[in-house]
Design a protein around this ligand. Structure first.
Ligand SMILES: O=C(O)c1ccc(O)c(O)c1
Ligand SMILES: [Mg+2]
Length: 579
């Protein structure tokens, strides 16, 4: 892969924290953001030494603002300011400065003047063996497109002046993002001095606000980073792929974790990855259960028709089965979905791809008699196993109980609740590691705040994961624990399911008003309909959902989540009161 770089502005903490995190995640280089340098207490020489000690280089210093097309009376000050920054860059040991297109109200709408002044600045840079990368900000006063910035660079015609291309500025202008590639790809690669990559969700808002608050790492948003990067690399551009992401959440998240997330995005975008093997279903889901939750979950499983068929040979882990649905209860772990296993055509290759995407490999299980499960940790610590065939079941000694019921067929999907600041990271992780694609996404007002949900699935829908997050960090009023996770089970006949929380009568009335007779949660799409029931939350952390898909319904019933949450809360208060 090309050299990788990250702008210090992407990460949280002091400059030192950010540099350390970038190095630890394996980046080759950083862009130093001027504000981060100004606020640092170390001298430029100390920063230079620290960067070198960490095995990094500084590939860009930025930004330099309001340089070109300045009124002549102001241009002398621009030149003085640039010389000061070039001196600073010499002390930092970097040779490229980003000049972004002017936004100042006094900027003159005159390309000839802009080119002339940039040539002057390029001469100053060249005298010091340095160079200027000119970037069109999407909200630049007179220069706001890359084509326009290229026109001016060509006109200035100086070897120390080239382009900085930033995917956000290019792609944020929806009206242009499809046809720009051919033109981009025909640029001379050696005139592109720097490439900045940022994705973003599609938001209909002021482009400056969109850029400064909502950028994401590549493949986390909706811009076509793959097409854009391909076009730029087709020019022969040989500089770094550098991430420049302004994001309010990342600004306050652990920089080490953000840096890993960032590196993963570049690897997923441009790395040479082991192809994702075909996945063929969810082999099992494992719940951690503490002393209180264990018996409650056992009782719920029994009511749903599961049998306790096996006991792990060496661990306090129970196997519960019904048809193809297999659930493990692990008494040695906090109550949560702690692991799940996916059927893979090639478990070793699945695990290799995961490691390439910076997933932490988990130690292999030792004992010879135990299946050699291949496992990695998701960013939140959830263990993801890759298995092939039923050999893993040999780790369990039969209890003598047999699964006789067939009300439940299989695990339909897993709902993995994420902390509010880890949604984009988790989505990229599962999507890229497992080679899956986005399915339904939803955003809804739940009793304790706004929630966002995203489902990810494989091609044949045999593996479905749903991620959910509160949109904001939860305050004191909302339940203090992370919101619950659940295992969704598939039934062929939801009328046979008992032991679930009653669906509110108001909801049932509303369904009736829409012409639907049902006492379950209900949804429909172009393919069919969906019925949902759910058990009480155990340990404030986990529950089961049971669903019936009729006629090929493809969704997840996200719109019903607020009703379900309110019903579960009502049930909990009622049962605590002895009701
Ligand atoms: O938001 C800005 O001002 C800004 C500054 C420098 C950049 O490279 C950029 O893409 C945006
Ligand atoms: Mg930029």
């Amino acid at each position: 892969m090309a050299r990788t770089s990250i702008a210090t502005v992407c990460l949280s903490g002091t400059l030192e924290d950010r540099l350390e995190a970038a190095a630890a995640a394996g980046f080759d280089a950083v862009e130093i953001f001027e504000n981060d340098l100004i606020a640092a207490s170390d001298s430029p020489e100390q920063i230079r030494r620290r960067v070198a000690d960490l095995g990094l280089t500084i590939d860009l210093y930025q930004p330099f603002r309001d340089a070109e097309a300045a009124p002549p009376a102001r241009f002398a000050a621009v030149q003085r300011r640039l010389m000061a920054k070039l001196d600073l860059m010499a002390r930092l040991g970097t040779d490229t400065i980003l000049v972004c297109s002017s936004v100042a109200p006094d900027t003159i709408d005159d390309d000839a003047l802009a080119a002339d002044q940039l040539r002057h600045l390029a001469v100053l840079a060249a005298e010091r063996g340095m160079r200027i990368a000119y970037e069109a900000l999407a909200w630049g006063r007179h220069v706001s497109t890359w084509e326009h910035s290229w026109e001016i660079v060509r006109r200035a015609d100086h070897p120390a002046l080239g382009l900085c291309l930033d995917s956000f500025h290019v792609l944020s202008r929806a009206e242009r993002h499809t046809d720009a590639y051919e033109e981009l790809a025909s640029l001379p690669g050696d005139r592109i001095f720097f490439l900045q990559l940022a994705d973003a969700p599609r938001l209909d808002m002021d482009v400056l606000q969109w850029s400064r608050h909502h950028r994401l790492f590549p493949l986390q948003g909706r811009l076509d980073l793959a097409g854009f990067t391909r076009a730029v690399l087709a020019t022969g551009y040989a500089g770094p792929l550098s991430l420049e992401v302004f994001n309010d959440v990342f600004r306050q998240a652990d920089p080490h974790r953000t840096a890993v997330d960032a590196r993963r995005s570049l690897t997923a975008l441009a790395g040479e990855l082991t192809p994702a093997p075909r996945l063929n279903g969810i082999a099992f889901a494992e719940l951690g259960v503490d002393a209180d939750a264990g018996p409650e979950l056992e009782a719920q499983l029994r009511t749903l028709g599961f049998a306790h068929t096996g006991q792990h040979r060496s661990k306090p882990v129970q196997l519960w089965e019904q048809s193809r649905a297999r659930i493990l209860l692990n008494a040695g772990a906090p109550t949560a979905i702690r692991a799940f296993a996916l059927e893979s055509d090639d478990p070793a290759a699945s695990a290799r791809r995961a490691s390439e995407l910076l997933a932490r490999p988990l130690p292999r299980r030792r004992r010879d008699s135990e299946a050699d499960l291949t496992a990695v940790a998701a960013p939140d610590g959830t263990e993801v196993f890759f298995v092939r065939g039923p050999a893993w079941l040999d780790d369990f000694l039969p209890t003598g109980e047999l699964p006789t019921e067939t009300r439940i067929f299989a695990i339909d999907h897993l709902s993995l609740a994420q902390p509010f600041d880890r949604y984009d990271e988790a989505a990229l992780f599962y999507r890229s590691v497992l080679g899956m694609s986005d399915d339904e996404a939803g955003e809804f007002a739940a009793p304790f705040g706004l929630m966002r949900t995203l489902a990810i699935r494989n091609d044949d829908r045999s593996v479905r994961l749903s991620l959910s997050v509160p949109l904001l960090r939860r305050g004191d009023w909302a339940p203090a624990v992370p919101h619950p996770q659940h295992i969704t089970l598939l039934t062929g006949d939801i009328t046979q399911i008992t032991g679930t929380v009653p669906v509110p009568a108001n909801y049932v009335d509303d369904l009736a008003a829409r012409g639907v007779q049902a006492t379950t949660l209900y949804d429909e799409d172009a393919h069919g309909s969906y019925r949902q029931l759910f058990t009480p939350i155990v340990g404030r952390r986990v529950f089961f959902e049971v669903v019936q898909r009729v006629g090929g319904y493809r969704g997840y019933g996200f719109a019903n989540d607020p009703v379900r949450m309110a019903a579960q809360r009502h049930e909990r208060i009622a049962s605590a009161a002895g009701g």
